[in-house]
Each structure stands twice: as C-alpha cells, then as structure tokens.
Design a binder for this molecule. Structure first.
Ligand code: IPE
Ligand code: IPE
Ligand code: MG
Length: 236
C-alpha cells in the first residue's frame, strides 16, 4: 500500500465494460451492470482503507440516454435498487453520497431516491462518494459559461475578473478538489466526456479488464501506480 503522502485525495473512475463482460458469458447486458455494482462496493471499501477523500464514479453519461430504452430503464431501476440497498451500508461506513450531472433528466422516482440517500448521508465524514449521473462535461462547461454570461449581462460580474477559479466555481464540482487519479476499465483510451476541465493534470491508469472484474486489489494497484508517478504540473 502506498505511503499516506502519496495517496490520491480524489480518484475518478470510468466504469466501463459491463456489456462486454456479460457478452463474454452469453448473458444479457443487464447482468453485467448488475455485476458491476459489486465492484462499486469494493472500490468504496478500498478507498476508505487508503484514506482517499473523494471517489467519483461515472455511472451514466449524457450520451448514455441514446441507448435502447430498455437498457436505460433497466439502468435506472438498478440505480434505484442500489440507492435503496446501499443507504444503510453508506451510513455504517460513514460515507457521504453526492451526485453531479444533469439530475433533472433522471426519472422522478430515481431522483427522489437519490435525493433521499444524499440527504440521509449528508452529515457523514469519511469518504465522499460522487456519482456522475446523466453527466456530460461539455454540458457542464456550457452551463458554467451561460451562468457567467448571465451575471455579466445583468451587470453583476465584470468579465475582466473571470479567471480559472471563477470558472471552476460554476461547475458541478465547485467544492470538490480536482481528481488526482483517473482510472478507466475495459482498455479504451478515451475520456468519453468525463470531467474534461477537472482532469487537466490527473494521472491516468487504464485497466484492460472489464468493470465487473475490477476488485479491491486493482484499486490498490492503481494507487500504487499513482504513487510511482512524478507529477510535474508543467514545471520541472
Ligand atoms: C459501463 O459499461 C456502464 C455504462 C456506461 C452505463 P457499458 O454498458 O459501457 O459496457 P460496454 O462498454 O458496452 O462493454
Ligand atoms: C463512459 O462509457 C460512460 C460511463 C462509464 C458511464 P461509455 O461506454 O458510454 O463510453 P464510450 O461509448 O465507450 O465512449
Ligand atoms: Mg462502454
């Protein structure tokens, strides 16, 4: 396990490959999504053990709405079940739940269950688990630009004073530090509209295995790899 000083404060994960995992086994895609929920539990435990402060999981992208309606519905039901079943566990683990994304697009029932779990865990003080739901980084950036423009047009903001910090304060992640480590499973070498602003200097670790095969030991391995990296932030 890496020394505490080299532990990433924030890990972000693109949980990819559920469908292919299921296909390999001759199972419906939903079986892969279901199996992936267990990997989430393992990652939460591993992050707690390491002392990571934030874990952001890409659970549903704004582009994922374009999937067949049956898969979208199944994913929403799975999310509702996850929220219902995991709330007690999150309380026991002192984990605070949050969500980023275009949450208004979620079905009302899903949104209600999400809000309930977020409110219930709001006072917890160990890991913060951030679910990216109906999340798209370009939309997030456009919304931030729109809100700054509206303030400027209303005379509440001088455009000359807009800097990186001002801009970041309008993103969903305003009060969350940028990810130090970005993990993606299933071997794809792309970021798929995830936290484009926030991962500017994140270290990237890609796993070939599919998300349902990702276990605690893999998260520890990613953290170890992170500890070996030399972050330069453009300087020497
Ligand atoms: C990740 O697995 C879960 C979501 C995007 C909701 P996929 O569903 O993308 O599985 P693959 O990539 O098609 O195998
Ligand atoms: C990214 O995976 C989104 C999530 C993990 C929720 P996708 O499977 O949707 O991304 P692409 O299509 O491979 O880029
Ligand atoms: Mg995928």
């Amino acid at each position: 396990m890496p020394s505490p000083s080299s532990i990433p404060r924030h890990i972000a994960i693109i949980m990819d490959g559920n469908g292919r995992w299921a296909k390999e086994r001759g199972l419906p895609r939903l079986a892969g999504h279901r199996a992936g929920a267990e990997s989430v539990r393992e990652c939460v435990e591993a992050c707690k053990e390491l002392g990571v402060e934030y874990l952001t999981l890409y659970a549903f992208s704004s582009e994922n709405w374009n999937r067949p309606a049956a898969e979208v519905t199944a994913l929403m039901l799975l999310l509702e079940r996850f929220l219902g079943e995991k709330a007690d566990e999150l309380m026991k683990q002192n984990v605070r739940l949050r969500a980023i994304g275009h949450l208004d697009r979620l079905p009302e029932k899903t949104r209600r269950k999400l809000d309930k779990a977020i409110n219930r865990t709001a006072g917890n003080t160990s890991l913060t688990l951030v679910l990216a739901l109906s999340y798209g980084s370009r939309e997030e950036i456009v919304e931030a630009a729109r809100s700054l423009a509206a303030d400027a047009a209303a005379g509440k903001l001088d455009p000359a004073t807009i800097d990186c910090a001002t801009f970041a304060s309008r993103l969903y992640t305003a009060d969350i530090p940028d990810p130090d480590l970005l993990v993606r499973t299933s071997g794809e070498l792309r970021v798929s509209n995830f936290l484009l602003w926030q991962i500017s200097y994140a270290e990237i670790v890609i796993f070939k295995k599919f998300w349902p095969d990702f276990h605690q030991a893999d998260l520890f391995e990613a953290a170890q790899e992170y500890a070996r990296r030399h972050r330069r932030f453009g300087a020497l």
